[in-house]
Ligand binder design. Structure first.
Ligand code: C2E
Ligand code: MG
Ligand code: MG
Length: 490
């Protein structure tokens, strides 16, 4: 793609390449409003690839396949072209596909009118076409969407080269457009995929570059991403999780494990936290961090939360030593369900004393509709259930949460535990949270204790209850109930 000595040469050329590009493109600002631009682009396009329309002799057919604004081939023609390139390639292809999606065009159309937006688009497309064609006359560009351009780039060694080119194309698109009182700039994202012997079909190559482009969008503006196989399996996995979640709850594929909690001074087990687990027949263990989000998004959080609450109350009744059981409560459950009524029903059906149930709410989730949430939590407290503020110190720590509701427990987030021994500031915050809990007469729990040194530190600053891998990992109910050694940890 870049002439000269491959990778090192390419890297050293990149910054000067971008500067050169910016210089070229900036000098093109003057011709932004030159109506001749598009026609020139068309001429060059057909010079470089006489087959671009499939039937070059048929002018009428051509005009239907060429985008009127940019004079570039459309998506259909691009697809045919990629097909031809793929089918004529040998076992070691040396080309790749780039998708560039521009953003801010809608904003520019809305603020400055479609005329300006169109002119910017035509100008950018011309600059892009000129640049890629200078690299190799066989390179090909098409307008494959309203604000999307796709490229076939030849003489490419690997995806790293293609990625560098992606950034250069973004730099071209980013050049500000200035004309009298008008100043605007386009942003964009790029996805790249190289062809190889196991990816030699137009459909596959376009899909790969598209997935990479979507990945780049997730990372912010003006990013370039390279296709990797996980981009394909990720969405498939997500779709599987999404479509099978409800069935997994009903068929009991999702179950509860328990992580014991200990009095930090005596080492006696005083409670346990119920944590959801999903053992999927094909995907194996899926962590709750992955499926709770999906459940919240799709409304399955209500049956899921009810299922875990039922299991936890049932198991706690039969548990030796009558420990308290903590169950995580999603705020979205509160919004969509009558949680106090359901909890009352489960307590009476299982026979668990309300004083042995604690519900853990995450503070980052409280922000929305906090009045409704605090009303619900108050009704739950009226049943005799305790309420804990989970992951305290993360998310949107609004001190008003502490004054608007009487929490029974503050549970400091485990990120402070990891830092507390190494960083004075984290230790001071842990101490301050301890002081707040004392004033509020709330129990102070620390989670994520992994070493005896961490336990000793949190014991010395007044934490009462501890939970973490140092003591025990989450485990099946049977293991917890049958192992006397976990009940005491000094
Ligand atoms: P959480 O409620 O803060 O639960 C504590 C998490 O910390 C658990 O992860 C636990 O396994 C992990 N953990 C405990 N001790 C240690 C330690 O010493 N080191 C480290 N690195 N981690 C430790 P898990 O089970 O993956 O749960 C993650 C989150 O998923 C939970 O955070 C909770 O927010 C959510 N979740 C789990 N089960 C449920 C559920 O039934 N309902 C709802 N709404 N959320 C749940
Ligand atoms: Mg929790
Ligand atoms: Mg937590």
């Amino acid at each position: 793609m870049f002439k000269g000595n491959r990778r090192t040469d390419l890297m050293s050329r990149t910054s000067s390449g971008i500067a050169q590009v910016l210089g070229d493109a900036a000098s093109g600002i003057a011709c932004l409003f030159d109506p001749g631009t598009g026609a020139q682009a068309k001429d060059r396009l057909f010079q470089s690839d006489p087959e671009s329309c499939g039937h070059p002799a048929d002018d009428q057919d051509c005009s239907r396949q060429i985008d009127a604004l940019t004079q570039l081939p459309n998506r259909k023609v691009f697809f045919d072209h990629v097909n031809r390139v793929c089918s004529s390639a040998d076992d070691t292809p040396s080309f790749g596909l780039i998708v560039l999606k521009l953003s801010r065009l809608k904003h520019i159309n809305a603020h400055f009118g479609y005329g300006r937006g169109d002119m910017m688009l035509a100008h950018v497309s011309n600059e892009l076409a000129t640049y890629v064609r200078k690299l190799d006359q066989r390179n090909y560009i098409a307008r494959t969407g309203d604000a999307e351009f796709s490229f076939i780039v030849h003489n490419v060694e690997d995806d790293c080269e293609l990625k560098v080119l992606g950034y250069i194309l973004l730099a071209i698109a980013n050049v500000p457009h200035i004309h009298e009182n008008f100043y605007a700039r386009l942003d964009g994202n790029v996805g790249v995929a190289v062809a190889n012997s196991e990816c030699l079909s137009a459909r596959e190559l376009i899909l790969r570059a598209d997935l990479a482009m979507q990945e780049a969008c997730k990372n912010g503006s003006n990013e370039t991403a390279v296709y990797t196989p996980s981009l394909k399996t990720g969405p498939i996995r997500n779709r599987k999780i999404e479509s099978e979640l409800r069935l997994a709850i009903e068929s009991r594929e999702i179950y509860a494990v328990y992580q014991p909690q200990f009095d930090i001074i005596s080492g006696q087990m005083v409670g346990m936290e119920a944590l959801a687990r999903w053992k999927h027949p094909e995907l194996g263990m899926i962590p709750p961090t992955e499926f709770i989000d999906v459940a919240e998004r799709t409304g399955s959080i209500v049956p899921l939360g009810q299922h875990i609450l039922r299991l936890a109350c049932r198991d706690a009744v039969a548990m030796r030593g009558a420990p308290c059981v903590s169950v995580n409560l999603s705020v979205l459950q509160i919004v969509q369900d009558d949680v106090p009524e359901f909890t009352r029903h489960v307590l009476s059906a299982t026979g668990l004393k309300p004083s042995r149930l604690k519900l853990e709410v995450t503070e980052s989730a409280i922000i929305k509709d906090s009045k409704r949430i605090f009303d619900t939590l108050t009704s739950l407290k009226a049943l005799g259930v305790s309420i804990s503020l989970d992951d305290f110190g993360t998310g949107y720590s609004a001190l008003s949460y502490l004054t608007d509701f009487e929490w029974d427990e503050l549970k400091i987030d485990r990120s402070f535990v990891a830092k507390a021994l190494k960083c004075d500031k984290a230790q001071h915050i842990a101490q301050t949270i301890g002081g707040i809990a004392e004033k509020m007469k709330a129990r102070l729990t620390v989670e994520g204790i992994e070493t005896s040194a961490q336990r000793d530190l949190f014991a010395s600053i007044g934490y009462q209850v501890a939970q973490g891998f140092f003591y025990a990992r989450p485990m099946a109910y049977a293991d917890l109930n049958l192992s006397p050694h976990v009940l005491n940890k000094q």
